[in-house]
Design a protein. Sequence first.
Length: 154
Amino acid sequence: MDLGNSLFQARKKRGLSQEEVAEKLGVSRQTISKWETCETLPDIRQSKRLALLYHLSLDELIDFDMDVEEVQQAIERTSAALEEKIDWTKAWGKKYPILLSYRQEVNVDYYALKLDGLIQELKRERGYSELDAFLVLKDILAAVWKSRKGQGQS
């Protein structure tokens, strides 16, 4: 996503018109329009003011992505009871079919035992709760995946 689109999305999310933003920043509506269409770009001072106006950090403003924001909000609104009802394997299986078929090919108990050992080790060494140990291990797996993707492995 380009900066102009990020500015547009952030402004819309705050429910502001170009005129309102222009007035608050002391610039013309045309200037806001040019920023949002990437015809021109705001300077760093104006960018900081935009970030404050939109209640975002400067980094968030530059990388603003409505889809990511909406997913994060949906996660925050999801209750524990609803989470229990969701079949996450089936939901993610639509995007990653291996999740729907690996159980017939992989000795799940074998790998579950190994992972349980890692979870128990985290609990014992760090004093983590069961949930915290699972979350830490999940995050470690995600970091390993990310590093391998960066190396061109998949």
